[in-house]
Design a protein around this ligand. Structure first.
Ligand SMILES: [Zn+2]
Length: 252
């Protein structure tokens, strides 16, 4: 028995497979991450050529051969190419960072639909984000909400080292591979700063609808500190370095 299914999907990653094929990882609302082969996707005459690229979203037709335990993409009806993401290196690196976080965390390993919906909402906002600050705000909202969905949000109100509570107006500090924040007394000399404004921003925007949260402004220094904090937190939660930050750290 073999079967064909029709799934809503967004492409997270594509890798060359053989000379003319691609190995694809999809994010789907039912099954989270799904691996499939897109035969001929790199051939001149391949039907899937140009269709199966990162961040393309649409209806994917999958054929699973249960004997070989192999899934292939037979067709992809792309609804949204998110072409704005490919037009700007800032946007492209941001989306690549999110995809790497999703891949390394197995899309959270729990209920996939909320993760899928968050990713699509964030991609749509990123697609039209103008300028680096706007891109950084979308990334901040995506990462913070994703950590919320996966149950890995840190407590910003207390020091992870000594446990004392940190007041709203206090500067928080963090190092590489952060699991949370520390107070000024516990911070090493080279610990970075998360400003009171940046912490307030996170706490104030999380419960708002995504698009509305993006309209909340944050000054450049605070946003820069927040960006570094979220990158450090992502690597701390994943317990792994992120390639996107190694290659695109200066851009992100
Ligand atoms: Zn402390």
């Amino acid at each position: 028995m073999s079967r064909t299914t029709r799934v809503d999907a967004v492409v997270l990653r594509t890798r060359k497979f053989g000379e003319i094929h691609k190995s694809i990882t999809l994010l789907t609302p039912q099954d989270g991450l799904v691996s499939a082969i897109a035969y001929g996707a790199q051939s001149q005459k391949g039907k899937l050529r140009g269709l199966v690229n990162p961040f393309h979203h649409g209806i994917c037709y999958l054929y699973t051969n249960p004997v070989k335990d192999q899934t292939k993409i037979t067709d992809f009806d792309v609804h949204d190419y998110h072409s704005g993401i490919r037009e700007s290196i800032d946007r492209f690196y941001a989306a690549s960072l999110w995809a790497e976080v999703l891949l390394k965390s197995y899309a959270g390993g729990g209920e996939a639909r909320p993760v899928y919906e968050l990713f699509l909402t964030a991609l749509a906002e990123l697609d039209r984000a103008g300028g680096r600050a706007a891109v950084r705000r979308v990334t901040a909202q995506f990462l913070w909400r994703y950590f919320g969905l996966t149950g890995s949000l840190p407590e910003l109100g207390s020091c992870t080292s000594c446990g004392r509570s940190i007041d709203e107006g206090e500067v928080r500090r963090f190092g590489p591979f952060a699991s949370g924040v520390v107070c000024n007394d516990c911070a090493g000399e080279d610990a970075r700063r998360l400003s009171p404004g940046a912490a307030r921003y996170l706490l104030a925007t999380t419960d708002r609808p995504f698009g509305e949260a993006l309209s909340v402004s944050l000054d450049e220094t605070a946003l820069s500190g927040l960006t570094r904090f979220l990158h450090s937190l992502a690597e701390g939660i994943l317990e792994d370095r992120l390639n996107t930050l190694r290659t695109g750290g200066g851009i992100l």
